[in-house]
Design a protein around this ligand. Structure first.
Ligand code: ADP
Length: 446
């Protein structure tokens, strides 16, 4: 096992990794920008290194600075968290080239799944069903027209290098296709430096259901159940649940078997998530995330597994030591992502936190790096807390979430707590009756 791990991230996820390290008796090294000198992850880590000025490009994305920090502190492995460098194959290669361990999959697998066209063709070859669409990159507008005629409108043009919902445009008719083609390519080029796009059928009422996977270096691959992440605004997740209110244990088992067999043949290692759209009883793969996800706690709550601990054990070469039949799910979990944003306009609301009182009690978990007196910097993601509740039933998890949201006090900045309160009171949400388009109608997300 490692003696020391560097955490190449900030905020709640840096704390999340740090907590697993501490429980495992592993020393932690925090890295931070000058804007984060007072951040909680810096305060709680055993050591810390300043790696650059506030802009993420010069700090949390500064690969040489992060590698140097690992080398000078004697860290043996680097955990990238999510976002920043977590899906950067060049970084994983650089880590390995310096005889350090990247806590994640191989650079090859990161690269293959990072290109969504390669990801789809690879998964199709491995027997995973896909959303109908173009066989590969769209080479021209004519090509896009041909594919759209074949799969029928509405269609979605998506960036091959996509992420965060960027470079994605819907065309409902032939007339809309030209603009969608141009806009998707321009947005993809601006966001990812790559204008390659592909096409999918635009599904009108799907749910986003994803499967958490763990794979060790010895050929064991298990799934930790599904998460329903259909509540999204601008293709960004807002609230997640495990399991999905829409699928049965038998459907979970069948999907799990397809996915674990595919990843076994692929030779995947560490944690990963296969994302699917689910409509009319069918699952269709859209992408794979080769990292820990923001919403991983809901899977932890229903399985009792510490996914970060498992990632670290796998990276150290340990065997999982259990198989699928040893994993049992208990109850239901919900996560609300709380952002420093105006709950109506969604405008960012950075600034000084005056009061911070997180909720507690049975079945309540708060993953947050906030504290009273802390200033939320304007430079990074607006996620400030994840509130997770667990109950024996979905109804119990909902009741606990409502109760916890009323206890949660954050003053000085605006937060999306009121939005979550509205969602949790909605009869359609309570009935589990929603698709990926539901929240945009409910909260106005266009
Ligand atoms: P990104 O990597 O940018 O997050 P994804 O491929 O994961 O992109 O898609 C993000 C979200 O966009 C999905 O969760 C879903 O809500 C929506 N979406 C993606 N593909 C389709 C599709 N073919 N039809 C309808 N909605 C889609």
């Amino acid at each position: 096992m490692f003696n020391k791990i560097l955490i190449a991230n900030r905020g709640e996820i840096a704390l999340r990794v740090l907590r697993a390290c501490r429980e495992m008796g592993i020393a932690s090294v925090a890295v931070h920008s000058t804007a984060d000198a007072e951040a909680m992850h810096v305060r709680l880590a055993d050591e810390s290194v300043c790696i650059g000025p506030p802009s993420a490009r010069d700090s949390y994305l500064n690969m040489p600075a992060i590698i140097s920090a690992a080398l000078v502190t004697g860290a043996e492995a680097i955990h990238p968290g999510y976002g920043f460098l977590s899906e950067n194959a060049a970084f994983a290669e650089m880590v390995e080239a310096h005889k350090l361990v990247f806590i994640g999959p191989s650079p090859l697998h990161i690269r293959m799944m990072g290109d969504k066209i390669t990801a789809k063709t690879t998964m199709a070859e491995l027997g995973v069903p896909l959303v109908p669409g173009s066989p590969g990159e769209l080479v021209s507008l004519e090509d896009a027209r041909d594919v759209a005629e074949r799969i029928k409108y509405p269609v979605l043009i998506k960036a091959a290098a996509g992420g965060g919902g960027r470079g994605m445009k819907v065309a409902r008719s032939r007339e809309e296709l030209d603009a969608a083609w141009r806009e998707a390519r321009a947005e993809a080029l601006a966001a990812f430096g790559n204008n390659a796009v592909y096409m999918e059928k635009y599904l009108d009422k799907p749910r986003h259901i994803e499967l958490q996977i763990l794979a060790d270096n010895h050929g064991e691959v298990v799934h930790i159940g599904e998460r329903d992440c259909s509540l999204q605004r601008r293709h960004q997740k807002v609230l997640e649940e495990a399991g999905s209110p829409a699928i049965s244990p038998a459907q979970r088992d069948a999907l799990g078997q397809t996915a674990t067999q595919a990843l076994k043949r692929f030779g995947y290692r560490n944690a990963g998530t296969l994302e699917f759209l689910y409509q009319d009883g069918q699952f269709a793969f859209i992408e794979m995330n080769t990292r820990l996800q923001v919403e991983h706690p809901v899977s932890e709550m229903i399985s009792g597994l510490d996914l970060v601990r498992e990632q670290i054990r796998i990276a150290a070469g340990e065997r999982l030591g259990y198989g699928q039949s040893d994993i049992h799910f208990s109850g239901h979990a919900i996560e609300c992502r709380i952002n420093a944003e105006d709950p109506d306009s969604f405008a960012p609301s950075p600034g000084k936190v005056v009061m911070f009182h997180p909720p507690g009690g049975l079945g309540v978990r708060v993953d947050s790096a906030l504290y009273a007196g802390y200033s939320v910097p304007p430079y990074y993601d607006s996620l400030i807390a994840k509130l997770i509740t667990h109950g024996r039933t979905r109804g119990e998890a909902i009741a606990r979430m409502r109760r916890a949201l009323t206890e949660f006090v954050v003053t000085g900045i605006k937060t999306t707590i009121p939005l979550h309160q509205k969602i949790l009171e909605n009869p359609e949400f309570v009935a589990g009756d929603y698709t990926i388009h539901w929240l945009e109608r409910f909260a106005g997300g266009k």
